[in-house]
Design a protein around this ligand. Structure first.
Ligand code: ADP
Length: 196
């Protein structure tokens, strides 16, 4: 069956980890704009060169660059019967862009999963990730800035999707398997069947 899902939540809530599991369970591509940007930065592509300074500062990459990238990705054949977006949309402009893209393709989102996590917990998780992975935007002051950008620019999207009746809130605190189980049950309640 087709499923068009998105995962929303603060940095460090575990979106990437859960997206990889849901991709395998739902057999839809997981599209992480953060991963695509990081790959472009590593490969020093023109997009990566433009995005790097924003990412290192913990700011959102401009909407125009991000929207073009997502359009290109969603137009690929593997997204035709469903996809899971992780880290996009992140601003109200991106929501408007995604809405018109989906409308053009006669489709719409099915479910929006909000991964809820307390700011103190995410700061601690990202501190640990900085030690483990050395991601350049996991430095503590940059992490605090990313949380602030989330609060200002991304948190308002939750109300938008709630009003549309698409939002499910899932507690992101706990063992990875436990959180995956919670997401799977929330999706099942919405008629999105997740294979084990
Ligand atoms: P996190 O959610 O932990 O902040 P991501 O990997 O999703 O990590 O994003 C890392 C960085 O990539 C962001 O701080 C931002 O600079 C950029 N980015 C990712 N997705 C978007 C987006 N939809 N719009 C603008 N910038 C983005």
């Amino acid at each position: 069956m087709s499923a068009r899902l998105l995962l929303i939540g603060p940095p460090g809530a575990g979106k990437g980890t859960q997206a990889a599991r849901l991709r395998d369970m739902l057999r839809v591509p997981a599209i992480s704009t953060g991963d695509i940007f990081r790959q472009n930065v590593r490969e020093e592509t023109p997009l990566g060169v433009k995005a790097k300074a924003y990412m290192d500062a913990g700011d959102n990459v401009p909407d125009s660059l991000t929207n073009d990238l997502v359009r290109d990705r969603l137009e690929q054949a593997d997204c035709a019967s469903g996809f899971l977006l992780d880290g996009y949309p992140r601003t109200l402009d991106q929501v408007a862009y995604l809405d018109s893209f989906l409308a053009e393709h006669d489709t719409a989102m099915d479910v929006v999963v909000e991964l809820v996590a307390d700011p103190d917990v995410v700061v601690e998780r990202l501190r640990q990730r900085a030690l483990d992975q050395g991601r350049s935007d996991d430095d503590e002051s940059v992490v605090r800035h990313r949380l602030e950008i989330y609060r200002q620019q991304t948190a308002p999207l939750i109300g938008v999707y709630e009003e549309r009746g698409l939002l499910v809130k899932v507690d992101g605190i706990g063992e990875i398997d436990e959180v995956t189980g919670r997401i799977a049950s929330a999706l099942a309640e919405r008629g999105v069947v997740v294979a084990g």
